[in-house]
Design a protein around this ligand. Structure first.
Ligand code: PMP
Length: 406
């Protein structure tokens, strides 16, 4: 066979597969409530769209960017972080820098490439974003999974994380707000996590903060390093414009870390993708980030409504114990194992039947979800809260009626 072992072992993104199925159903004339989306159905702010337009007539917008991204924009992201998180990178013992890539997925991929030696372990907290384990394996590392549960609002215990540490542990990925759970870890959790990290100064934390601007119930997300700034020494921050600017297609992500790490990531870019998109970087340089301050207000109001609709539907179906409170991002993770419908699918071996349930839901109700097995959480499915209110309510009612069946 001509393909490498490495690619043979890599799974294709589950959302791509689900979308193929949805398209077939739509072509057959079936009505589908598509709740699989990984993006909001909104255009970026008009100020940002006009900032893009202003760069169209410059030659430099169409030419190679510096490999690590435009220096002014790298500084702008660093300043933005200092302001948002109330910290100063210059107070840290080591030098910090920012490297810009083609989306934060690309940042994470490059980051893992500069960190992982074959056999190194990277700890993941369930439910986790689908791409983490595949990227870790692609670079020769081993994902080590720490479980959480729906009844703890998908927040893992620090003691369980501690049990997962081994001499081979290189890093841990913390994704708060979380895709697919739609929650962010509490301040109390972040403080305990910080206390735990003090005992493991060689452990790197990859803090994936891509949804940090999208929290719709207070308190807002906070991060362990804000409570003890010395922990920045073992922190790598990932963020980007996909979610915070509602611009998934413009492909700009960034990583803030020890300059030795960002330089090494730029080295990968120099031999692979080169620097990121010049036009978008120039628009970002020219754009006042604080113009986004109120941009999400209507979006957050809609997400709050959706969360309340879910809660009402579970209550009406007499299943309040199946509901948990989401607070951020735009996802909800259904844990089928706590719902009556699970009895129909359950087998003696306790196998994961996420895929079977999701297929049955699609067939019987027209609601399309992403099976939760890909997020490391068996017997579950991710639902995106990205439909308009009326179809969202319809879909939720159909879904809850379905899961309430014995
Ligand atoms: N991290 C998480 C948790 C995500 O959900 C996503 C996108 N779905 C990314 C990173 C990557 O985002 P992008 O490459 O669009 O910046």
């Amino acid at each position: 066979m001509i393909l490498s072992e490495r690619i043979k072992d890599t799974k294709a993104s589950i959302t791509l597969k689900v979308n193929e199925k949805i398209n077939v159903l739509i072509q057959q004339g079936k009505h589908v409530y598509n709740m699989t989306s990984g993006q909001l159905p909104f255009k970026p702010s008009s100020e940002f769209v006009s900032a893009l337009g202003k760069q169209l007539n410059f030659l430099k917008s169409y030419q190679y960017s510096p490999i690590a991204g435009m220096s002014g924009l790298r500084v702008k992201f660093l300043n933005y972080y200092e302001e948002k998180r109330n910290l100063k990178f210059s107070d840290c013992t080591q030098e910090f820098d920012c490297v810009i890539s083609n989306g934060s997925k690309h940042s994470i991929y490059n980051l893992l490439g500069v960190l992982i030696n074959p056999g190194d372990e990277v700890i993941l907290l369930t439910p986790y974003w689908v791409s983490y384990p595949e990227m870790i394996k692609f670079w020769g590392g081993t994902p080590v999974v720490v479980k959480s549960h729906a009844f703890d609002a998908y927040t893992p215990y620090i003691e369980e994380i501690e049990k997962a540490i081994s001499p081979k542990t290189k890093a841990i990925i913390v994704n708060s707000p979380n895709n697919p759970a739609g929650i962010h870890y509490s301040e109390e959790w972040m403080k305990s996590f910080g206390t735990f990290l003090k005992n493991y100064p060689d452990l790197l934390v990859i803090s994936d903060e891509i949804y940090s601007e999208l929290s719709y119930f207070d308190p807002e997300p906070s991060y362990f390093y804000q409570f003890d700034k010395s922990l920045l020494a073992q922190t790598v921050i990932i963020n980007g414009i996909s979610k915070s600017f509602a611009a998934t297609g413009l492909r700009v992500g960034y990583c803030i870390a020890d300059a030795r790490i960002t330089k090494a990531m730029a080295k990968i870019q120099s031999q692979t993708t080169s620097g990121p998109n010049s036009l978008v970087q120039r628009a970002l340089l020219d754009f006042n980030f604080s113009d986004l301050d109120n941009y999400f207000d209507p979006v957050k109001a809609q997400l709050r409504d959706c969360a309340q609709m879910i809660r009402a539907a579970f209550r009406e179906a007499n299943l309040p114990h199946c509901y948990y409170q989401t607070t951020s991002a735009f996802y909800y993770l259904l844990d089928f194992s706590r719902m009556p419908i699970y009895e129909k699918f359950k087998d003696d071996k306790n196998s994961d039947c996420s895929k079977e349930i999701v297929e049955d839901i699609l067939e019987k109700t027209g609601v399309a979800l992403v099976p939760g097995s890909a997020f490391g959480y068996p017997n579950s499915a991710r639902m995106s809260m990205t439909l308009d209110s009326a179809p969202f309510k319809e879909a939720i009612n159909k879904l809850v009626t379905y899961v309430a069946q014995k």
